[in-house]
Design a binder for this molecule. Structure first.
Ligand code: G16
Length: 558
């Protein structure tokens, strides 16, 4: 299938990006992710895959995002974005992995040949790709490797555009906007400014200017921990569009300083440490809420200090509970029945048991494996699909039918009409392509303002079961296999039985073990009725995990 000149182009360029022997790459939870200094050859092959994906989909625009999100600054990663702005179709992950693991340029040519034949890709079609990166210092060099891959793509011309330094959700937004431009499904103005404008316009429709009744409960200002990452510029730009409505105050904004990205701050810090980022301590007052983004601004964690100044966390589960209830309420107020539009929630095994209990009494709730790609697809089965991971990664999806129902619905009173307009504005405010911290933040503020609630009232929807997350470094995390949406282990053999026997001893005990798809660790989650027991259970399980497969003795959980 590949012409001789195509083959030599691939070989020539691949020679500049050879894979170190002994390294194995895997398209994981959120694409390829590892120490940045190992990624060069992967970036090259991802460039080829992106171009082939575009050719396969009639030259539609494919996105490539270079980021390692919440991971440490020295990591980096790359993920592919499909034409509607969602994650790469899973069937292609295997091809991306096979190309990345080619042991030589000639082997790479062979793998491309296999892929093109199996997928019947018409190579003569042009390809269109856009890419962006987060603020990591390793980004520019990795982007050069990506561009070499795009240049190496066989067949018709590959056109590519550098969208610069952007948040992950903005890149997803751009991909969808560009692919739908001029169609009935037009999603928005395909520019970064277009994104801010779209969010701000919807927010202003929902929350009338300060001074009017609707907005009296909105905070004067909101502290936004930007994790010293790309969320800083996005928050600053969005803030300008929201002047007079809400004042966003970015904190942790050192994007040019080395070594501080996600360090002691950001959404992952808050979720795993269950405490305020130290930089927030002098800034936050009792009864005040604030939020944290992660390194590429696709995760959001809220928190507040109660009236005694005690830290309280409002995670992705709490956001799901807040938002799902709000849609139910607005639909009722707009005169839209549950038969016309169903609301459903998608979670993962990390969802706090109390949140699952609370939500299940109100709406259908589904549990899927970790990774936005899994949640997103499950949420598409509902008219209004709310999906959030406990770590704050999520969004709300509206089906095509839901949008039609909203457009056609005839309100019978001014109050119904107002609720209907609010529902329609929410479809504009919420990023439909992927979890988006900034869009989710505005959504939360809208719901709280409507209800006249602050952090404490929101928090009181249900009380989290005490829980603990532990990472275990083991020799081979590949030895751990799971089933039942990652809630049970099938390998190593016999370990799940031992875990079951242990968990039974704890009141309200629940625990599971799964290999991470973004870090070289095994994750352990445990919850129980009492905090000490949740902690003890987590560490006992972690010890069992370590003892099963071994690893660095220094990292045996204590
Ligand atoms: C990524 C994924 C999330 C996932 C997280 C942790 O987040 O997008 O869906 O929850 O990794 O995954 P794992 O436990 O497999 O390491 P992010 O924000 O880093 O892109």
């Amino acid at each position: 299938v590949l012409s001789e000149s195509d083959k030599s182009k691939v070989v020539d360029l691949a020679n500049r990006h050879t894979k170190p022997s002994g390294t194995t790459y895997q398209y994981g939870t959120a694409g390829f992710r590892m120490k940045a200094d190992q990624l060069d050859p992967v970036m090259f092959t991802v460039g080829i895959v992106a171009a082939l994906r575009s050719k396969k989909l009639d030259s539609k625009i494919i996105g490539v995002m270079v980021t390692a999100s919440h991971n440490p600054e020295e990591d980096n990663g790359v993920k592919l974005v499909d034409p509607r702005g969602d994650m790469l179709e899973q069937a292609w992950e295997g091809y991306a992995t096979a190309l990345a693991n080619s042991s030589s340029p000639e082997e790479l040519v062979h793998q491309i040949h296999q892929m093109v034949t199996a997928l019947q890709i018409d190579l003569s079609k042009p390809a269109n790709v856009i890419y962006a990166r987060d603020t990591r210092p390793s980004g520019p060099a990795l982007v050069s490797a990506l561009v070499d891959g795009l240049k190496a793509a066989p067949g018709g011309t590959t056109t590519y555009t550098d969208e610069g330094v952007l948040t992950t959700p903005i890149l997803h937004y751009l991909v969808r906007c560009k692919n739908t431009l001029g169609t009935e499904e037009e999603y928005g103005v395909p520019t970064e400014e277009g994104y801010y404008e779209k969010l701000a316009t919807a927010f202003k429709k929902l929350l009338k200017p300060r001074g009017s009744i609707d907005s009296q409960n909105a905070p004067e200002e909101l502290l936004v921990d930007c994790a010293n990452g790309v969320g800083t510029t996005a928050t600053e730009k969005l803030a300008k569009h929201l002047e007079g409505y809400i004042k966003l105050i970015p904190v942790n904004t050192s994007i040019d300083k080395l070594g501080v990205l996600n360090k002691g701050c950001g959404a992952d810090y808050v979720k795993t440490q269950q405490k305020l980022p130290p930089s927030m301590v002098p800034l936050l007052q009792p009864n005040q809420r604030a939020c944290s983004l992660d390194g590429d601004a696709d995760r959001l964690m809220y928190y507040y200090l109660d009236r005694n100044g005690k830290f309280k966390m409002l995670d992705g589960d709490k956001i799901a509970a807040l938002v799902a209830g709000f849609f139910g309420e607005l639909m009722e107020h707009a005169g839209i029945s549950k038969e016309e539009l169903d609301v459903g929630v998608v979670q993962t095994a990390y969802a706090n048991g109390a949140s699952t209990h609370y939500l299940s009494q109100r709406v259908p709730v589904q549990c899927v494996p970790t990774g936005v790609k899994h949640l997103h697809h499950a949420a598409e089965h509902y008219s209004i699909g709310v999906y959030f991971e406990a770590n704050g990664h999520g969004t709300v999806l509206f089906s095509a039918n839901a949008l039609n129902v909203l457009r056609r619905h005839q309100a019978t009173s001014p109050a119904q009409q107002a609720s209907l307009e609010n529902l329609i504005a929410l479809t504009e405010l919420i990023n439909q392509t992927v979890g988006d911290a900034l869009s989710d933040m505005l959504l939360v503020e809208v719901v709280l303002a409507y209800r006249g609630h602050g952090g404490a009232e929101w928090d009181s929807l249900y009380t989290d079961l005490p829980n603990r997350l532990v990472k275990v470094s083991v020799k081979d995390r590949g030895a751990f296999k799971t089933e039942d949406a990652e809630r049970r282990l099938t390998a190593p053999q016999g370990l799940q039985d031992k875990l079951d026997a242990l968990i039974k001893k704890y009141e309200g005990g629940r625990a599971f073990v799964r290999p991470s798809g973004t870090e070289d660790v095994v994750r352990v989650y445990a919850e129980a009725t009492h905090k000490v027991e949740a902690d003890e259970l987590a560490f006992k399980v972690a010890g069992m995990v370590y003892d099963e497969v071994g690893g660095d003795p220094a990292s045996r959980p204590k």
